[in-house]
Design a protein around this ligand. Sequence first.
Ligand SMILES: NC(=O)c1ccc[n+]([C@@H]2O[C@H](COP(=O)([O-])OP(=O)(O)OC[C@H]3O[C@@H](n4cnc5c(N)ncnc54)[C@H](O)[C@@H]3O)[C@@H](O)[C@H]2O)c1
Length: 342
Amino acid sequence: VRSFTMEGITGSSQIMTGGSLANLHELCEWRGTVIISDENVLKLHGAKLPPAPIVSIRAGEASKDLNTVFKIYKQLVELEVGRDWLIIGAGGGVVTDIAGFVASTFLRGIEFGFLPTTLIAQVDAAIGGKNGVNLDGYKNLVGTFNQPSFVICDPTLLSTLPQDELMWGLAEALKAGAIGDALLFEIIEDKSPALLSCDVQAMNEVIERAVAVKVDVVVKDEREAGLRRILNFGHTFGHALEKVDKVPHGAAISVGMVVAAKLSQKRGMLSKEDVTRLESALSNLGLPTKTDTDAGAAMDAIRKDKKRAGKNIAFVLLEEIGKPKVEMISFEELSEVMRDMR
Ligand SMILES: NC(=O)c1ccc[n+]([C@@H]2O[C@H](COP(=O)([O-])OP(=O)(O)OC[C@H]3O[C@@H](n4cnc5c(N)ncnc54)[C@H](O)[C@@H]3O)[C@@H](O)[C@H]2O)c1
């Protein structure tokens, strides 16, 4: 187990990578505890969780709303959950986002920790203290900045993940490498077969490094005044593709990273070799690198997403693998790159 403490202004978080469920049992042995999880996770891993009352939600993004939050509050009241209790969010990013929000607001905030069970949650959603739910189709419109007291990343929980979920998590881990850790990028390049078969040792190494990249960025800019935006590498275009073509998030950010890399190359920043490396790394993980979506529709969706009417859009680009830079991109540049990608 490797444990590091993230000291944030909204709390400090003990993050354990290579941790195991056994660590969780210790953390809640002597206190009132309630577990929030979803139906899939409970079916697959419920028997291993500590013996505490469980609040189960429906699996999936559609649950991530105030309606679910309301139902959870009611159950917490019924369970007579007090200020000194602990709430554990055990599940994917949907569960950790909701559980963090519920715990941050119930009784004006009680302590909470996470047992992330998807790769996306272990390398991304459970780390960094952003909690919240969607409202009227807008993602994460209502939420809080508040750090979980602990996050336990147990790679053995990932063995039950569908292959797609694993791939999408690996796309996020590769993103972490691209913006902050060239060695992580290389490890994923070298070990993609082992990672796709969920080899615990390889997975652990990747999770540990990806978490370190995120922690490093979050500590410097917890409330997203600037730097934290580099975590959006691939996401500006990715979100648009999700909207326009209804592509799953992980696949969309894969294409989005290639778009950002090609824009970087056009600006004379990233070398052609590095663009090719990114494309190969993604395809070796089974992820898409091309799109034939309409550039105009994509640009409109980006503008809407950013709630901006201006002509140019801020994009996270790369100077080299591991070194991001934010620059303004015009519609002409974007459409040119998209023409090349068909
Ligand atoms: N707070 C943040 O900083 C942050 C960052 C990234 C993503 N997110 C949020 O995370 C969410 C996406 O996370 P996700 O991809 O984990 O989605 P998810 O929670 O919906 O999980 C995906 C699916 O996998 C199932 N599942 C969970 N663990 C499993 C396991 N071990 N084995 C088999 N199936 C399992 C779930 O029941 C669900 O059906 C989005 O809502 C996104 O907004 C938040």
